[in-house]
Each structure stands twice: as structure tokens, then as C-alpha cells.
Design a protein around this ligand. Structure first.
Ligand code: ADP
Length: 196
């Protein structure tokens, strides 16, 4: 299974991703984590990314696409993966589709974790991360609304989107996520059998 989880900053993607990778037994590809690690280790990519990340702006598509491309080529991704934080722009989504198609692979499903803006801000004040400064956080929400929200329509048109309510207890949300995954699994099985 190749699944993408999309949600605004503070939607609770981290927690749901952890649970989902256990269930799917595939690697968790978090581009936010990949970038924070590169910045910590001061790699060439990290040095390039730092200014953008610190200001709550997206890093250039080429930079993140290069990192993801390398990661997807590692053998553990052959069985599938959970993409978290990528793609985040339409060009990234198109490049990803192209990358997968060349390897006869596809995105099996996209889950949107929908959380209203007020709730995101309330949650942000309760956690602490370097890029969680209120002004930076507001910029990350804005960048989600402007650059990432159009992806929902892109995947909707492909018939791959499941939007779920990100409000409520974490276990309830996990149950909704798992239902979406089961629908993806059914669809993938149907695709498989129609190919036979
Ligand atoms: P959140 O979803 O909470 O905003 P992430 O951990 O996913 O946080 O990402 C942190 C930061 O890393 C983003 O604000 C952005 O600067 C950068 N980043 C992560 N993924 C991407 C991506 N796919 N494209 C561009 N920038 C990215």
C-alpha cells in the first residue's frame, strides 16, 4: 500500500502516522522529519532548507523531490510506504505520479485529516517545536491553505481521496483512518483482480 496523509500543521498527522505504519508494516516517510534531520546534521540539503523551514515556508520543490526520490528507491519502500508531508504542492504531486508510474507503481489512496483553523491554533499553543512560533505557525497554515489544499481536488479527481474528520479522540480518529485504509485495500484488490 502506498498511502498519503494530508492535513494542516497541527492536525495530528504524527500520531495517526505512527499507528498507521504499524498497521501497514511499511516505512513512514515524513519529509518534515527528513528535513529536520538534514538541518541538524548540516548536510548540503539541510543548509539549503534551513532558511525556508525556519520561516514556515515550503522548501523548493526540486530540493524535496530529490530527497524523496532517493528515499523511495531504497529497498524497504518496494512494498509500499506512508507519505507524510509530501506531496505538498501540485508540481510535487505530478512528479510523484510520474516517478511511481515509471516503476509501474501508484498511489493507492490519500487521506485528508480535516481540522478547522481555530482548533489548529488552540493545539499549537499546547505543543512546542522550534518552528511553532505563532507567526511562523500562521505562515505554515497559510501555506497549507494556498499551496497544499489544491492537492485535495487533484486526488479527488483521481478518485483516491478519503476526507476524514480530524476532531475527537485520537482513538476515534484512528478508527476513521483505518476505515479509509480498508476502502483503499478493497479498491486495490479489485484493481488487481480486474487485471488478472
Ligand atoms: P507541518 O505539517 O506540521 O507543517 P512538517 O513536519 O511536515 O510540518 O514540515 C515542517 C516544514 O518542513 C514545513 O513547514 C516546510 O518548511 C518543510 N517541508 C516539509 N515537507 C515539505 C514539502 N513536501 N515541500 C516543501 N517543504 C516541506
Amino acid at each position: 500500500m502506498r498511502i498519503i496523509l494530508i492535513g494542516p500543521p497541527g492536525a495530528g498527522k504524527g500520531t495517526q502516522c505512527q499507528r498507521l505504519v504499524e498497521h501497514l508494516a511499511v516505512p513512514h516517510l515524513s519529509t518534515g522529519e527528513m528535513l529536520r534531520k538534514a538541518i541538524r546534521e548540516e548536510t548540503a540539503e539541510g543548509l539549503l532548507a534551513k532558511g525556508f523551514v525556519d520561516h514556515g515556508q515550503l522548501v523548493p520543490d526540486e530540493l524535496i523531490v530529490g530527497m524523496v526520490r532517493k528515499r523511495l528507491q531504497e529497498p524497504d519502500c518496494r512494498r509500499g510506504c506512508l507519505l507524510d508531508g509530501f506531496p505538498r504542492t501540485l508540481p510535487q504531486a505530478e512528479i510523484l505520479d510520474d516517478m511511481l508510474e515509471r516503476q509501474a507503481m501508484t498511489v493507492d489512496g490519500v487521506i485528508e485529516l480535516a481540522v478547522p483553523r481555530d482548533e489548529l491554533i488552540r493545539r499549537m499553543t499546547m505543543r512546542k517545536r522550534d518552528d511553532d512560533d505563532p507567526a511562523v505557525f500562521a505562515r505554515r497554515i497559510k501555506s497549507f491553505e494556498v499551496q497544499t489544499a489544491p492537492l485535495l481536488e487533484y486526488y479527488q479527481r483521481q478518485g483516491k481521496l478519503e476526507s476524514i474528520d480530524g476532531l475527537g479522540g485520537t482513538d476515534d480518529i484512528t478508527a476513521r483512518v483505518m476505515e479509509a485504509v480498508r476502502r483503499f485495500e478493497l479498491r486495490a484488490a479489485r484493481r488487481q483482480s480486474s487485471r488478472l
